[in-house]
Write a protein that binds this ligand. Structure first.
Ligand code: FE2
Ligand code: FE2
Length: 235
């Protein structure tokens, strides 16, 4: 089954009774872009260092894409009050929900599939879950949920973390409205570079800096800004 078909089925659970909200549509678009960026990063890492060939097999890269396409699954049911606010103005309760989202995303996805789409369960194996579970771990061990560091973090999660951070920085956030609405590509790249070896795995950052997608990506986000507010059901 193709990734697109799996993703469509998984997210169709959320619009059985009502159309997807703008927030939910945005979440899905974020996950899809993150999956596309993760794919480019994985291939670039192989290009830069052939020792990654044995880990980044075609099969593993497919799992990475699947995990990336569902990494924030739990956010689909977050209350609106938690959206687009800076973390420091949220209550402790809501902060805990944020901190637990990698675990909850994996667990809820697993349970929902078991109940609603058992035929899809086979695609979401242990490796897919571990990428989802660890996508907020930091290279220096300061991330969550398990404070893993360096190569303890599954390779897919190390890649996904950089792709996720880039997309989050480039995406529109309401609290950035006073500024430029979206962060410029160059600024996002500079932040990723600054955090190389601290938050982000050095080899993934090297791949990120090298990937020819840099310019294309920037155009992609410019394009998205035009499309973003169109109420589209075909996300
Ligand atoms: Fe996340
Ligand atoms: Fe994310």
């Amino acid at each position: 089954m193709k990734l697109n078909e799996i993703t469509k089925k998984v997210y169709s659970q959320f619009n059985h009774h009502r159309p997807l909200s703008e927030f939910q549509q945005r979440d899905i678009r974020h996950m899809k872009r993150t999956a596309a960026i993760s794919l480019d990063l994985a291939y670039e890492m192989k290009e830069l260092d052939i020792s990654y060939d044995s880990e980044l097999t075609e099969e593993y890269i497919k799992k990475l894409q699947l995990a990336a396409s569902h990494h924030d699954y739990m956010k689909m049911i977050w209350p609106d009050v938690m959206r687009d606010k800076k973390k420091d103005v949220l209550s402790g309760f809501h902060k805990n929900i944020i901190k637990s989202h990698p675990i909850c995303s994996g667990e809820n996805l697993r349970n929902d599939l078991k109940i609603n789409y058992p035929e899809l369960s086979m695609y979401f194996d242990k490796e897919v879950y571990s990428i989802i579970l660890h996508h907020h771990e930091h290279h220096n061990g300061s991330g969550y949920p398990d404070k893993l560091s360096e190569d303890e973090i599954p390779l897919g999660a190390r890649i996904l973390h950089v792709a996720d951070a880039y997309d989050a920085m480039r995406s529109k956030r309401l609290y950035r409205r006073k500024e430029n609405q979206r962060m410029e590509h160059e600024r996002a790249v500079a932040i990723i570079k600054e955090k190389k070896g601290i938050e982000f795995h050095p080899a993934v950052v090297d791949a990120f800096m090298n990937v020819p997608f840099n310019r294309q990506l920037d155009n992609l986000y410019d394009h998205l800004i035009i499309l973003k507010e169109q109420k589209t059901s075909n996300i």
